[in-house]
Design a protein around this ligand. Structure first.
Ligand SMILES: *Cc1c(COP(=O)(O)O)cnc(C)c1O
Length: 456
């Protein structure tokens, strides 16, 4: 797979990074002084110095690196350090950074105006493309983030079923709406505040919880309260407790139970959509949800979210139906240009077998390195989405994930940063491989991991 050349002038420097002389194994200590001073300055005008909490290095210590630019699989910080990037903007950058074709689509769109607040032809072709790619979509509405997508889908589910209760799993993250910030994963786990301040008791009282991968518990909950439940919302492959795949039959079981009680099944594919397969987890596992939430990859690096599904349900959304949902910048021409270009490339190139192969090679290499260093790390992977949990046990749900040695992860994270690899600054996140991650990037990562584990 050869992605089109990135826009930046300088060639990628994966093989001979200035900080990594291959002949000399002693790595010169990287300086982060400019990052530190910008972050300190930012902390005076931005709460915690970040515009989203997981970006802070609270869980791993130290000061966040401040990014100057990115290209392909690489990030470059303001101190001139380079990194193989496994965060990928938390999922969107499946094509790698600064793709020339995406950039060109953006420039072309910008020349025609950046926002109209009115209908465009491109939003129509984008919606058609989405309905073609994602198996369960008959109609789809664009929004600006994953959070908006889940909020809107749940309001719709409640309006459609005329029921109030919703079900989510422990450690499932569906954005930061009040009633969803209950035992949420990701940043909430990392910060040790599973329930946010400022969420009224009343708004979370209709949110019911079951463990991930536990059909018996779900069955029991629905037997007790099924007639009051509007929807079950789930990440079909959990990503925000770290990557945790669904066990055999789990998603089919959820499909059966929700149907039996007249509740809607909502797949939150904000992370898994266009990631684990072109059509998302619903294509990979062959399960059709009633509604699907999309985000991340769908915007190709710009802010886009979407929710869609059964036409009879979607027709309850305003202006056709009584469920209100709106957005000044929804379907924004720039965002749609980046998203549509990204999805068309994915559809045409079908990079998924390649992504799977590359990521398998990476994870197998990391596994071998860990066992050589005698450090227990338990790896989960679905396609190009993976997590190495610092523990010996198998991770099948949130409780398992929480048993990881987060202090050891923090030390590993810092060592990897020193060795030119950017991982998520938290144990409870999925890592992402892009089609720009070539053999050199994988080699460099495995080499870095060897050094990092030796230093633990
Ligand atoms: C990232 C994410 C969200 C929230 O999306 P935002 O664009 O950050 O609002 C919701 N659900 C899942 C599964 C996610 O991974």
């Amino acid at each position: 797979m050869t992605p089109s050349s990135p826009i930046a002038k300088s060639p990628p420097t994966i093989a001979n990074s200035s900080n990594h002389d291959e002949s000399d194994k002693t790595v010169s200590k990287r300086s982060f002084s400019r990052s530190e001073s910008i972050f300190t300055r930012g902390s005076k005008s931005i709460p915690g110095g970040v515009n989203s909490p997981v970006r802070a290095f609270r869980a791993v210590g130290g000061s966040p690196i401040v990014i100057d630019r990115a290209e392909g699989a690489m990030l470059y910080d303001v101190d001139g350090n380079d990194y193989v990037d496994y965060v990928g903007s938390w999922g969107p950058m499946i094509l790698g950074h600064a793709r020339k074709d995406v950039h060109e689509a953006l420039v072309k769109a910008a020349e025609k105006g950046t926002s109209f607040g009115a209908c465009t032809e491109r939003e129509v072709s984008f919606a058609e493309l989405l309905c073609e790619i994602v198996p369960s979509l008959e109609k789809v509405r664009l929004v600006n983030s994953g959070t908006e997508a889940t909020m809107s889908a749940l309001r719709l589910a409640r309006g459609f079923t005329k029921r109030d209760k919703i079900v989510k799993v422990f450690g499932g993250y569906h954005g930061h709406a009040d009633y969803l910030l209950v035992r949420a994963g990701s940043g909430a786990t990392t910060l040790g505040v599973p329930d946010s301040a400022g969420v009224p008791k009343g708004s979370a009282q209709d949110t019911l919880l079951v463990p991930f991968n536990d059909i018996a518990a779900t069955e029991q909950l629905f037997a007790d309260q099924g007639k009051e439940i509007a929807a079950l919302i789930i990440e079909p492959v959990a990503g925000n407790m770290g990557c945790v795949p669904p066990q055999d039959g789990y998603l089919a079981g959820l499909r059966r139970i929700t149907e039996q009680y007249g509740a809607l099944l909502i797949f939150d594919e904000v992370m898994t959509g266009f990631r684990v397969a072109l059509g998302g987890a619903q294509e990979l596992y062959g399960i059709t949800p009633d509604l699907t939430c999309l985000g991340k990859v769908i915007g190709g690096g710009l802010p886009v979210g979407a929710y869609g599904g059964r036409a009879d349900v979607m027709d309850h959304v305003a202006p056709l139906g009584p469920v209100y949902q709106a957005g000044t910048l929804s379907g924004n021409p720039l965002a749609v240009a980046a998203g549509e270009t990204t999805l068309r490339i994915l559809k045409t190139q079908n990079p998924y077998p390649q992504l799977d192969k590359t990521t398998a090679r990476l994870v197998e290499g990391l596994k071998a390195g860990a066992s050589q260093a005698d450090i227990p790390i338990s790896f989960n992977r679905v396609g190009s989405m993976w997590t190495g949990f610092f523990q010996a046990g198998t991770v099948t749900n949130f409780d398992d994930a929480k048993a990881s040695d987060t202090e050891r992860y923090a030390r590993y994270f810092s060592e990897m940063l020193q060795n030119g690899v950017y991982l998520a600054p938290s144990q409870f996140e999925a890592a992402f491989v892009s089609i720009a991650h070539d053999d050199a990037a994988i080699e460099r990562t495995l080499e870095a991991a060897k050094r990092a584990l030796a230093a633990l």
